[in-house]
Design a binder for this molecule. Sequence first.
Ligand code: ATP
Ligand code: MP5
Length: 266
Amino acid sequence: MIRNVLTIAGTDPSGGAGVQADLKTFSAHGTYGMSVITALVAQTTTGVSAVHEVPAGFVTEQLRTLLDDVRVDAVKIGMLSDAAIIGAVAAELERYRLPNVVLDPVMVAKSGDRLLAEEAVLALRDELLPRADLITPNLPEAADLLGAEEITDVADMPAQAARLRRLGVARVLLKGGHLGGSSSVDVLDADGAVEFLREERVDTKNDHGTGCTLSAATAALRARRPDWATAVREAKEYLSGALRAAEQLEVGQGHGPVHHFHDRWD
Ligand SMILES: Nc1ncnc2c1ncn2[C@@H]1O[C@H](COP(=O)(O)OP(=O)(O)OP(=O)(O)O)[C@@H](O)[C@H]1O
Ligand SMILES: Cc1ncc(COP(=O)(O)O)c(N)n1
């Protein structure tokens, strides 16, 4: 049976990040993709020019209309824009008891533009983190959630992940992409085990939407795999392949997208 996977996120007309990246990723993993949109974002490979938020009540309307009809096997949550939308999503997660929830706590785009209001970080921490099965912060997002300094050393990542878990989160994938270096290292703290996930760094400027792709792939794979660690490991491998495949693309002048490929998943 084909699994149904939902993304709750903002848009990217250039197709590299947000809902568009998530739906491509779901298809690439042999799942059926669905989307609830939180914000229309005028953005491309060079940055964000404007954000048009969906009213929180209409996010609720989209969720209820969908969830009254369709079974959902896994969920990826990305850009939420403000505290009202966070509240709306948290309430519906609770109401429908959705399984396999991956929360990518998106705050700032690679271009430096804010995608979550600064004053909404506390709402994200208090209302949504405890309802997620896995969160996937990068290092600046982890620091913001903890009200702490951003760490700069791979060796400190397990302790930072443990602090995040103490906020009441079931599992943490702390992403170290911002550290640079010859390998890209993430730390998974889940189900009683802490694991370093290392992949060779791909030398490319096509890295728009890497975080979106990783969290979407993890949700899709969790719908198909028996445990979180397997889903996360395969998702990270998929992302590296998508970064390498990006050299075939000619999309935009700035940070281009990664390329989603289907052939591995037949
Ligand atoms: N050049 C690269 N080569 C290999 N892996 C990479 C590269 N850049 C990022 N990654 C991996 O991509 C994932 C996301 O990276 P990062 O830590 O930058 O998160 P992010 O900032 O949330 O991403 P985004 O800015 O796309 O939202 C991580 O698994 C990271 O290790
Ligand atoms: C709608 C949306 N969601 C997430 C991101 C983050 O992706 P990136 O940091 O690669 O710009 C984005 N740019 N747009």
